[in-house]
Ligand binder design. Structure first.
Ligand code: 2P0
Length: 333
């Protein structure tokens, strides 16, 4: 069998996924729309194992249990589903903080699903591959298709209509930028998986947020098609704030923010109103803030963001591609 290396990029949801209608099949309660971050990269290599066991190496060392265990569950799921028996070694590395709310599970499971697809010659279509990646982590389904993607929530109990579709390729909106303001690099306080189920079960605001889904999905598709940054930004900001509101009102409350998170949000709103620069924030299950803006405003925004107390550093990204193989590195073993 051949060694295979795949490359995937994390994605940031503009209309968020937060909660499952089926926990086993990872079926979401609402559809979501994302953009892919070109600057952040996960590379995953599969080689045949040198013994009868599977091995998982994350960022060049033995992965801690919290990170290794969902990977092992996913590999076992794939081995059962496709009757695979060859033991493998998986080496995966990120050029950005792992499990810190920067969607490393999205790129991680997209890269792993794609690597298994090629290594074991499963011949899955992009749609099937996105459904396989979904079993690793819900958000991974959107990193399979890349660019600007939509994960259809689907309605079927078996999940066969819950997959990602690329709405627009990475080249669709060349001026769009995402600035990631890093306020903390540590492993996050709580896993998304646990936090989202607690939110569904206990937040009185969850139903109202879900009720917004269809309108917001339609408006976001329109904002992307027409490259309307104010529409996209207002929607993304509101959807993110509403998602966090469902967490803040869950029992016990969940709050991923740190003081610098609030400072960045406040600053972005101020820049928008006082300097008339179109810039908007969105925040996921962590304290880091992603700012949506145009390339011409990046220098001004960076200057201000880097001066905010508690902002460690900022990374600017364009839009990234779908998962793919790193062809140059494929060789026979
Ligand atoms: C999203 N997040 O749409 C949302 C917004 C975080 C906040 O998808 O349980 O790691 O593996 O399906 O995909 C993070 O959740 O959770 C996430 P599982 P996942 O990007």
């Amino acid at each position: 069998m051949n060694t295979i290396t795949t490359v995937a990029h994390p994605n940031i949801a503009l209309i968020k996924y937060w909660g499952k209608r089926d926990e086993q099949l990872h079926l979401p309660t609402r559809s979501s729309i994302s953009l892919t971050l070109e600057a952040f990269v996960t590379e995953t290599t599969i080689t045949p194992s040198s013994d009868e066991y599977d091995h998982i190496i994350v960022n060049n060392s033995q992965a801690p249990d919290r990170i290794a265990s969902p990977i092992t569950t996913f590999i076992n799921y794939c081995k059962n589903k496709y009757a695979l028996s060859t033991p493998i070694t998986i080496q995966t590395s990120n050029n950005f903080p792992t499990a810190a709310g920067l969607a490393s599970s999205a790129s991680g499971f997209a890269a792993l699903a794609a690597a298994l697809n090629v290594f074991f010659s499963l011949r899955l279509s992009p749609q099937e591959l996105s459904m396989l990646a979904r079993q690793g982590s819900g958000s991974a389904t959107r990193s399979v298709t890349g660019g600007f993607s939509m994960w259809h929530k689907g309605v079927l109990p078996d999940g066969s209509d819950s997959y990602a579709e690329q709405l627009f390729p990475q080249t669709h909106w060349p001026e769009l930028r995402v600035i990631i303001a890093i306020t903390q690099q540590d492993i996050k306080i709580q896993s998304s998986r646990h936090a989202m189920q607690q939110t569904i079960e206990t937040s009185p605001d969850y139903g109202a947020w879900i009720a917004t889904s269809e309108d917001r999905i339609a408006s976001m598709r329109n904002a992307l098609a027409t490259k309307d940054l104010p529409l996209l930004g207002e929607l993304a900001e509101q959807d993110s704030l509403d998602m966090h509101q469902t967490m803040h009102t869950s029992k016990p409350p969940i709050n991923f923010f740190v003081p610098a998170t609030y400072r960045v949000m406040r600053t972005i709103k101020e820049i928008r109103t006082k300097q008339a620069i179109p810039c908007y924030f969105t925040i996921d299950a962590g304290p880091n803030v992603k700012i949506l803006c145009l390339d011409e405003h990046v220098p001004t925004l960076l200057k201000t963001l880097n001066d905010i107390e508690g902002v460690l550093y900022c990374i600017t990204s364009t839009i990234g591609p779908a998962v793919h193989t790193k062809d140059k590195e494929i060789h026979s073993v």
